[in-house]
Design a protein around this ligand. Structure first.
Ligand code: 0T9
Length: 383
C-alpha cells in the first residue's frame, strides 16, 4: 500500500484481513488512524441537497414529464457528492464515525434566488445495525424527501461490496392540491483501491426512480463497460400506462460525476454536475438555538478535532468515552426494561408507498421498513 504511512502498514494489513473475514457490519471495526474521517454518517444525508436549486426545480416544473426529468437531474446531481467527495476533500474514501443511537443533525440551505428555504433533519434510528433516517423539506416548493439507509457489506476479489438497504420517498405537493410520490432506491457500491490504502467508490447494479408516470431505471457501470469511462450511468424512463405520464421512452447517458446527454426522447445535453455545490449550514436543534448533547458536531467535537489535527490519542480516548457512555445507557435501559425513545421518527415494519410503487418496477424485496417522520421540526428550523 503506497498511500499507507509506513508506520501503519502492518495495522492496515491486519485491518484488511479483519474486513475480509467479517461480513455484515464493518462500522464497528477499529481502523488505522490515517483512514479515519472526522465526520459521522449522520451528516451524509446532506449530500441529497448540495444543489438546492435543482431540488427546488422539481417543485417549479409544470408537467409530469418535466417533473420526472427534474427528479432525475436532481438525483444524478447528488451522486458526485455522495460517492466521490471524500476523495476530493481528503484524498481518498475514509471511514466515517459510527453514529450513536439517537444522534442528530440539523441543517438548512437558505432561500436565495427564489428557490425557497430547504431544511434537513437526521436521526440515527438504530446503532446495531447502523440505520440513519432523514427528511429534507422545501415547504415553499411543496417538496419533502423522507428516507433511511443501512448497509450490508461483504468482501470479494479484494474489494468491499456494499449493498445499500433502505429507500427514500419524495412527495411533491402540486398547486392543484394533489400529491405526487416518487420512490427512490439506491445503487450498490464497490470500494476499490484498498490494497494501496487509497479507497474509492465505484457504483454498480442499478437503482430506481418510480413515480410521476414513469418507471426509471438507472444502470451504473465503471471503466470498461458501455462507455469505457468510470462513473458511467444510463437512465431509462419508461412511461407507465395508466399513470398519466408521457407516451415515449426517455434515455439519458453519461457520467454522474461530469456530464450526461439525451439518447432518446430529447436531444442535446441533459446535465453537467460541475457547477459549484453548497454545503449545508448546520443549525442547533435546542430551543436556545444551541446544539444539544446528541447533536453530531457536539457529540463528536473532540474526536473530530483530534482526527483533523492528527492528535489521535485524544481522538481515540474521546471515542472510547462516548462508546462507553452509550454502552452504559443501553445497559440501564435493559435493566429498567425501557427502550431509547427516538425523537423524530416512528419505525414501521412495512412501507405502503414502497410496496405500491415498487410493484410497478418489480423491485425486490417487495417491502421494506419505513421510518415515519413525526413532523416535529425544531423551533430553530421552523421560522
Ligand atoms: C449513505 C454513502 C454511504 C451512506 C456510506 C460504505 C461506507 C458507509 C456508508 C453508503 C450515503 O448516502 C452514501 C457514501 C459512502 C459510504 C461509506 C464508504 C465506506 O467506506 C463506509 C464503510 C462502512 C467503511 O468505512 C469501510 C472501511 C473503510 C476503511 C474504507 C474506506
Amino acid at each position: 500500500g503506497e498511500a499507507v504511512p509506513v508506520a501503519q502498514r502492518g495495522s492496515w494489513t491486519s485491518f484488511l484481513k479483519s474486513i475480509a473475514s467479517m461480513s455484515g457490519d464493518l462500522s464497528s471495526l477499529t481502523a488505522p488512524s490515517f483512514i479515519l474521517s472526522p465526520t459521522s454518517l449522520t451528516e451524509f444525508p446532506a449530500y441529497w441537497c448540495e444543489r438546492p436549486e435543482l431540488f427546488a426545480e422539481i417543485g417549479d416544473a409544470t408537467t409530469e414529464e418535466a417533473r420526472s426529468l427534474a427528479v432525475l437531474k436532481w438525483f444524478i446531481s447528488t451522486l458526485k457528492g455522495q460517492y466521490t467527495s471524500r476523495n476530493e476533500s481528503m484524498g481518498s474514501e475514509k471511514k466515517p464515525l459510527n453514529p450513536a443511537l439517537g444522534e442528530l443533525f440539523y441543517g438548512t440551505w437558505p432561500d436565495v434566488n427564489g428557490r425557497g428555504k430547504t431544511n434537513l433533519l437526521v436521526e440515527q434510528v438504530s446503532h446495531h445495525p447502523p440505520i440513519t433516517a432523514y427528511v429534507i423539506e422545501n415547504v415553499s416548493k411543496g417538496l419533502k424527501l423522507v428516507g433511511h439507509n443501512a448497509q450490508k457489506t461483504s468482501f470479494s476479489g479484494g474489494s468491499i461490496i456494499v449493498k445499500q438497504i433502505g429507500h427514500a420517498v419524495l412527495t411533491v405537493k402540486l398547486p392543484s392540491g394533489s400529491e405526487e410520490q416518487y420512490l427512490l432506491t439506491l445503487p450498490r457500491l464497490r470500494i476499490d483501491g484498498l490494497w494501496y490504502g487509497a479507497p474509492y467508490i465505484e457504483l454498480s447494479d442499478h437503482s430506481y426512480i418510480v413515480g410521476g408516470g414513469f418507471v426509471g431505471v438507472i444502470d451504473y457501470k465503471g471503466k470498461g463497460y458501455f462507455s469505457g469511462k468510470s462513473h458511467s450511468f444510463k437512465a431509462t424512463l419508461t412511461p407507465q400506462p395508466g399513470m398519466g405520464g408521457a407516451k415515449h421512452e426517455i434515455i439519458i447517458e453519461g457520467q454522474w460525476n461530469a456530464n450526461s446527454h439525451f439518447v432518446t426522447g430529447g436531444s442535446g445535453p441533459f446535465h453537467d454536475v460541475s457547477t459549484p455545490k453548497e454545503e449545508v449550514h448546520a443549525v442547533g436543534g435546542e430551543a436556545s438555538g444551541e446544539m444539544g448533547e446528541m447533536e453530531t458536531r457536539k457529540l463528536w467535537l473532540l474526536v473530530s478535532k483530534g482526527i483533523r489535527e492528527s492528535d489521535f490519542e485524544t481522538a481515540s480516548r474521546e471515542k472510547s468515552r462516548i462508546e462507553n457512555e452509550m454502552r452504559e445507557r443501553r445497559k440501564h435501559e435493559t435493566e429498567k426494561g425501557t427502550a431509547w425513545a427516538l425523537k423524530h421518527f416512528t419505525p414501521l415494519a412495512s412501507d405502503p408507498v414502497y410496496e405500491q410503487l415498487g410493484k410497478l418496477a418489480k423491485i425486490a424485496p417487495p417491502t421494506e421498513d419505513a421510518y415515519v417522520f413525526r413532523d416535529n421540526w425544531p423551533e430553530s428550523l421552523r421560522a
